[in-house]
Structure formats: structure tokens, C-alpha cells
Design a protein around this ligand. Structure first.
Ligand SMILES: [Zn+2]
Length: 296
């Protein structure tokens, strides 16, 4: 009798312990989400900071693999949050914005060779075209992924998400136009691949209350450019990402997977901004002095 009681209580304790462990795992689960742009060589006039060389990209993937990270897609994160579908213990989500041709030809191949997967955000009016939205800002013309490549990679371990019809800043459009940008990018891509599209990345990372209202009806899983890590409590319409840039490669992706941003880059940018503000202020003061406004 006593033995049976002990056995039962031991079993109960194990059950509790098991569920406690599972609970701790679920609530303790953090999802680092890395945001890449170009994987390739730097083209003249292109955005150097956002271009990671293929060799460095491979090193980063090997670094992640050595530390036990497994790549997942945006849909897998959604399925875990909504349906408690299992995830690897140390998951990492690699995302690629704008779907540049070099990222497709070089980046995806390396990604698959190293045993990772990723989610790529496509601008639907420019499939097989160029980065027209960047060229308006003086950035060099770059080729983008073709329809054929999208179809190929969609069946070879890469997930596709939408990134707007024209890469317009949705916060500068009226609600109807913003919604049309999202719907067109979703539907064109879904038609091309023959499967529903679950994810979206805000062009430039910009969103406001009106955009959030619309996006909820169209995509179940949406990414910002806000820094940080994601967990079960993170709003699925505002998932965070750590930007992968070409500076300070020796510490990438060390900080990105642990805290969701690189503090050295943030510090450098803050110092740069403060310096620019100080210079502007000094110039204003000089102008005031030259106009003689300080004379008494
Ligand atoms: Zn973009």
C-alpha cells in the first residue's frame, strides 16, 4: 500500500515537474530574429552597411550552428504561438528584406548548405525588376529575385512573405491605399507560389495605428525593424528584429541573438546623432552671433 502511494506520488511529482519544465520552456522561449538585406559583394553606390559578404554570412551561420541554434520560418513561430506546435530548443529566425537577386543566388544556397531556413520579404510589383524605391533616394539600381527563382526556392526550404506592392511607406498613405499595398503583395505572391502567404514586413519598418488595424486582417504574422527579442507575449503584428550590418562583424551575431541588437552600433549611432545635433546647434549660434543678436 505504502509502496503504491509512494509510486503514485512519485509519478505525480514527475508529471508536475514535467509540466513545470515545459511551462518554463514555453515562457522562457526567446526568438532572436535576424534581419538581412544583401548577401553578396558591395556594388558601387549600393548600401554598404546592409551588404554582408557570402563568406561572412557562412561564418555567421556556422557560429549559430555551433551554439546549437536551429533556423525556423515565420510560419513555424506562428504555429508555436497559436497551436503550441513544437519548436527546436534554440530557434533563430533569419529574415531577408527586399529579395535582392544576389541574396537569392548566393545567400539562399549558403543558407541551405549550412542546414538553415529563412523567410524572405518580396516587393510584388518588382518581381524580376529592380529596387526602384531606393533609386529615388540615390541608391544604386540592384536586381531583384525573379518569379522563377521564387517558385524554385519556395519548394527548396525558403519561405516567402510580403513586403508591399511598391515598398511604399504605409504611414504616408491613406488607409485604402495602404491596405491595397498589403493585399496586392499578398495575393500576387500567393498566386505565384500556389500557397497562402502568412507573413509581412513593414517597408522601412514603419507602421502606425491605422496600418496596424489593416495589417491584422490581412497577415497573421508581421515584422517591424524594432530591435529586441520575441517571446510568447510579443504582439504578432509587431515582431522585433535585429539588424545585421557589415560593421563590427567580429561581434555579430553574438549580441543579436542574446539581446536583439548590437549595443556598439546603437552607441555609435547615438554618438553620431548627438554630434550632428551639436554641430547644427553650434552653427545656429554662430549665425545668431554674426547677425549681431548677442550685442548688448
Ligand atoms: Zn525593404
Amino acid at each position: 500500500m505504502n509502496a503504491r502511494v509512494s509510486l503514485e506520488s512519485l509519478k505525480g511529482a514527475l508529471d508536475v515537474l514535467g509540466s513545470h519544465k515545459a511551462l518554463r520552456r514555453e515562457f522562457g522561449m526567446r526568438l532572436p530574429t535576424l534581419m538581412y538585406h544583401n548577401i553578396g559583394s558591395v556594388a558601387p553606390g549600393s548600401n554598404k552597411a546592409l551588404t554582408i559578404s557570402p563568406a561572412r554570412f557562412r561564418r555567421q551561420l556556422r557560429w549559430l550552428a555551433r551554439r546549437g541554434y536551429t533556423g525556423i520560418t515565420a510560419s513555424q513561430w506562428l504555429a508555436w504561438c497559436r497551436e503550441a506546435r513544437p519548436l527546436p530548443d534554440k530557434a533563430v529566425l533569419l529574415t531577408f528584406d527586399d529579395a535582392y537577386a544576389d541574396t537569392a543566388t548566393q545567400g539562399f544556397r549558403i543558407l541551405r548548405e549550412e542546414g538553415f531556413t529563412g523567410t524572405v520579404f518580396v516587393v510584388s510589383s518588382e518581381i524580376g525588376g529592380t529596387n526602384t524605391w531606393d533609386q529615388a533616394d540615390g541608391i544604386a539600381r540592384q536586381e531583384l529575385i525573379t518569379a522563377e527563382e521564387i517558385r524554385y526556392w519556395a519548394t527548396h526550404g525558403i519561405e516567402f512573405g510580403a513586403h508591399g506592392r511598391t515598398h511604399a511607406d504605409l504611414t504616408r498613405l491613406g488607409p485604402a491605399d495602404a491596405k491595397a499595398e498589403m493585399l496586392d503583395s499578398r495575393d500576387r505572391l500567393a498566386h505565384l507560389i500556389g500557397e497562402p502567404i502568412a507573413s509581412f514586413a513593414y517597408p522601412y519598418g514603419y507602421y502606425n495605428d491605422s496600418v496596424l488595424e489593416s495589417v491584422k486582417e490581412i497577415f497573421p504574422v508581421v515584422f517591424t525593424c524594432d530591435a529586441g527579442l520575441n517571446d510568447l507575449r510579443t504582439d504578432l503584428n509587431r515582431l522585433k528584429r535585429a539588424e545585421m550590418v557589415s560593421q563590427y562583424s567580429f561581434l555579430d551575431p553574438f549580441f543579436q541573438v542574446r539581446i536583439g541588437y548590437n549595443p556598439i552600433i546603437v552607441f555609435r549611432r547615438t554618438v553620431g546623432r548627438l554630434r550632428r545635433q551639436a554641430v547644427t546647434r553650434a552653427r545656429e549660434l554662430l549665425r545668431v552671433r554674426d547677425r549681431g543678436l548677442f550685442r548688448t
